[in-house]
Each structure stands twice: as structure tokens, then as C-alpha cells.
Design a protein around this ligand. Structure first.
Ligand SMILES: [Ca+2]
Length: 495
């Protein structure tokens, strides 16, 4: 499967969406899960599901999609008296249902998409997705038509929509096949990865296994923090060109590459790479000269946001990650071009003003609204509750995996969360009994890059849940342009 082609045609603000597809994509290690109810056939017609009665739920349609071999049910769930509309799509295989349900996550502000059902249905899963209460991938739903905060919409997107999808999906499967799914899985990356961990935190009975790629957890911290590179450049009146950002990344990789013993363009442990961009001062980058000011900007981006008194706010991007998505610039003279999701979060969630102009931001304003972000939205979309004991105690399993050159979500935030989980859940060994983290060197938010891409994650999850075989390793593969595997490496669970 060629991910590159799929990604290059997408706008940057859709990168988070695209990774979802990668997170759940088929791989060489894919095998058809064995049927849990061999020979089972539907006990009711697809059309008759329209009559199914569920609380606060209207089934809009139930139609056979012959091309995709599924009965596609579209339902609307609401939460009176709010008047919200959470749209849910459930795909039920017409034949060869394998007895399982799979929930699919979204990307960015997008809750999910009906297109994500097909891959699961083709492998025999009943599958679900939801728009989490708003259409499309913009964060504008956070304000209502009067410019006031749309709290129900924020809640639906933060945690409730995925739960509603799961309730509806399991009920429909039971009505269609006469049996409830024996196992349920959630797969997602980025926002999807966050949604999966939110389910484990808030609704521990929903899923047996959750695979969470580069999860967008710590959302109020890291999404607000992703405007930091622009604030730094703005405050210093020094917008740094893409060529200089790339030169600094390349220099960091060159400096730290062989610390792991293998010179392969990959920093295996970027947390130990302390390359100082001052080393580049005076170097020629194209027609430009790398300056002291450029080094200061890049140092601050790698360091991550700090309060004016110097104290820690959040993690910076790892050395080796592409700096341009967050430190984007364009025009002549260079102007800042903030990442779209970061900007929409600041506009609709923090400033709560559709006309807000980010270039008015100072260090003081950044600090103030970042703090507000954590206080106001931590409980609804923070997804950083480390107490997963309820999920663990009912037998749930989690695999988290995160690229160490992720240019959109610093992997350090995921490590931070996992360490807190270890403290809360009885230490490293006890935590590994139900939740494992795999860090993937040299790959970005789409698990691409000079490093190798993990494979077979979802299969590993099925073996863990259904056969009790915990994943002691994952296999990562590097492929060339023709799809041939040129390198494989083992990924071991953190630490
Ligand atoms: Ca290396």
C-alpha cells in the first residue's frame, strides 16, 4: 500500500485525518480473524433495522450497500434538551460476520467518517464511525450561531460521540445477527488514538482492545502549545525560512544519528539528543545566512513553551521532526502561517472570536490562554486521566504507538502519560500486563520517514485479547518506492 501518494495530495490540515487510514491499514501481517460464530447469518433484514428502538436515537436509514457487502445504518443520537445531533454510521457485513465489532476514530476536529467502515467490514467486522456531533473537519462548531460556546458540541466531540456510536453499533449488531459481538475493538490514530484512550478512561466497558496511534491526548496542552513556534517568531520579529528549519533538523540528525550505534538517518532516542542550533550560526543555507536569532527561535521550538518566568508548560517537538508544519511561513517578506488545527483551536475554543487575529499574540497572551485552555477543557478533552484500573479490571488491553519524529504531536507527551499510568496502575510491570507503549524511531505523524513503519498492530491486539498472548514486540518495516521491504526492525515495549 502506498501511503505517500495518498498523503501528498492532501492539505496540511488533513494530515491528521490521513493518519487514521494509516493507523488501521492492512499490512503484510494481516490475517482474517477467525469467525467466532461460524456460519452465522442475519436474522432480520437490513431495512427492518430502521424500526429498532433505542433511547434518544433516530435511525435515519438502513440500506444495503452491495458493493461493500454491508448493511449501512445511519442513526442520529441526541441528548435532550440540548438538541445536538450525533451522526453514527454502522456497517454490518451481509455475510461472514466474524462476531466482533470495531469502532473507528477520526482525525483533527473530524470525529470520523463512513469511509472508514469498509476496511473492517471487508474483514468480517461489524464496524462503526461517528461525526461526534458536527460535520466536517473545522473546529468552528465550538461556537454556536450566536458566537457562544457550544458546550454540548464540545462534549460530543470530546468524549460522548464515540460512546454513543459504540452503544448503537453493538445494539444493531445484536438485532441484525441475533447475537451481540463477543469482542469489541477500537482503532484510531491521532484524534482516533485520543478517542480510544478516552473510551478506556470514561467508558471502560465499551471495548476489549484499543489500539491508539500517536494519540492526540493532552489536547488542551499540546494543541494550544502548537502555536508556540509562531509566537516565538512573531515576538522576535524573525520568521525563519523552511530551508533554515530543514537545515537545523538535518544537522541535529547528523549530530545524533550514530549515538545509537547505527548510522541510518534515524535518531533512535531523540530525548537524549541535545544538539544546539547555535552550531549553525554563520552557515550558508541557500542564499541565506543562518543567524543567532534563527538559532534562538529553533532552540525555543525544540525546548517547547515556557512561561515568562521560565517554568515548564509543555514539550517541544523532538529533534528530527519536521518543524515546518508548526513553524510554517510564506510570502515575501516572510510571514507566519500557523497550523490550521492550532489556529482554529485558538480562534474557536480559546479566543472564542471568529475574527481573532493571531498576530496580536504576545508571550503574556499565550501564557494566559494556554492556562485557560488547560483549566477550561482539560476535563472534557484532555484525555490524560491515568487511572485505567476499571478498564484493566474488566480485562481490557491497550497498545499505544507513537513516532519519535512526529511533527504534530510530541511523543514526549505520550511518554509522560504512560509514566503517569504506570504510577497509577501499580508500576511498570503491572501496567504492561494490560497496556503497552511502543515508540517508533524516525517516523512522523503518518508513521513515515527514514525509520521503519510498524505493522500488524491490530493483529497483535486480537491475539492479546482473545488468546492472552501479550505483544512482546512489534515488527516495523521500511519499504522502497516499489513497496519492497528493505529493512525490518523490532520495536520493544517502553521503556
Ligand atoms: Ca541511528
Amino acid at each position: 500500500m502506498n501511503f505517500t501518494n495518498r498523503l501528498t495530495c492532501l492539505r496540511p490540515n488533513l494530515i491528521l485525518v490521513a493518519t487514521l487510514t494509516i493507523g488501521v491499514s492492512a499490512s503484510a501481517a494481516d490475517v482474517e480473524p477467525k469467525p467466532l460464530f461460524p456460519g452465522i447469518t442475519p436474522v432480520s433484514s437490513c431495512e427492518s433495522l430502521k424500526e429498532l428502538s433505542l433511547p434518544n436515537t433516530t435511525i435515519e436509514s438502513a440500506v444495503i450497500e452491495a458493493n461493500n457487502g454491508m448493511c449501512l445504518v445511519t442513526a442520529i443520537v441526541t441528548h435532550p434538551p440540548a438538541g445536538d445531533r450525533v451522526k453514527v454510521w454502522i456497517g454490518l457485513p451481509l455475510t461472514n460476520w466474524n462476531g466482533r465489532f470495531v469502532g473507528n476514530g477520526g482525525g483533527g476536529f473530524l470525529g470520523g467518517s463512513p469511509a472508514s467502515l469498509r476496511a473492517g467490514v471487508a474483514r468480517g467486522f461489524a464496524a462503526g464511525a461517528t461525526d461526534t456531533g458536527h460535520e466536517g473537519g473545522s473546529g468552528s462548531f465550538a461556537l454556536d450561531a450566536n458566537g457562544k460556546q457550544n458546550w454540548q458540541g464540545i462534549i460530543d466531540n470530546g468524549y460522548l460521540g464515540i460512546h454513543e456510536m459504540t452503544v448503537v453499533g453493538k445494539a444493531l449488531a445484536k438485532a441484525f445477527y441475533g447475537k451481540a459481538p463477543r469482542y469489541s475493538y477500537f482503532v484510531g490514530a491521532s484524534t482516533g488514538g485520543r478517542q480510544g484512550l478516552m473510551e478506556a478512561q470514561r467508558f471502560p466497558d465499551d471495548f476489549d482492545g484499543i489500539t491508539s496511534g500517536c494519540p492526540a491526548i493532552n489536547w488542551p496542552r499540546f494543541v494550544a502549545a502548537s502555536l508556540w513556534p509562531q509566537v516565538v517568531m512573531l515576538s522576535k520579529s524573525n520568521f525563519v525560512s523552511k530551508a533554515k528549519l530543514d537545515a537545523a533538523t538535518a544537522a541535529a540528525v547528523a549530530a545524533c544519528d550514530d549515538a545509537d550505534g547505527v548510522k541510518d538517518g534515524v535518531i533512535d532516542d531523540p530525548f537524549r539528543c541535545g544538539y544546539d542550533p547555535k552550531a549553525l550560526v554563520g552557515a550558508k543555507v541557500g542564499d541565506e545566512m543562518f543567524t543567532e536569532g534563527d538559532a534562538e527561535v529553533i532552540h525555543k521550538i525544540w525546548e517547547g513553551p515556557r512561561r515568562q518566568d521560565g517554568s515548564f508548560m509543555w514539550y517541544g517537538l523532538e529533534r528530527g521532526a519536521d518543524l515546518f508544519p508548526y513553524a510554517g511561513t510564506g510570502g515575501s517578506p516572510l510571514q507566519g502561517k500557523p497550523f490550521s488545527i492550532a489556529l482554529e483551536y485558538w480562534v474557536y475554543y480559546l479566543a472564542q472570536d471568529a475574527k481573532w487575529n493571531w498576530s496580536t499574540l504576545t508571550y503574556a497572551g499565550f501564557e494566559q490562554l494556554w492556562t485557560k485552555s488547560v483549566e477550561q477543557y482539560g476535563a472534557v478533552i484532555g484525555t490524560d486521566d491515568p487511572d485505567l484500573t476499571r478498564f484493566r479490571d474488566r480485562g481490557g488491553k491497550i497498545i499505544i504507538y507513537h513516532g519519535l519524529a512526529d511533527q504534530l504531536i510530541p511523543a514526549a507527551g505520550t511518554v509522560d502519560y504512560y509514566k503517569r499510568m504506570q504510577q497509577q496502575c501499580g508500576g511498570a510491570k503491572a501496567t504492561a500486563e494490560f497496556a503497552r507503549l511502543f515508540l517508533v524511531p524516525g517516523v512522523d505523524h503518518g508513521f513515515r520517514g527514514p525509520g521503519a513503519t510498524p505493522t500488524g498492530v491490530n493483529e497483535a491486539m486480537l491475539r492479546w485479547v482473545e488468546e492472552g498472548k501479550a505483544p512482546d514486540k512489534l515488527i516495523a518495516e521500511k519499504r522502497d518506492g516499489s513497496g519492497k521491504v528493505t529493512r525490518t526492525r523490532l520495536l520493544l515495549p517502553y521503556p
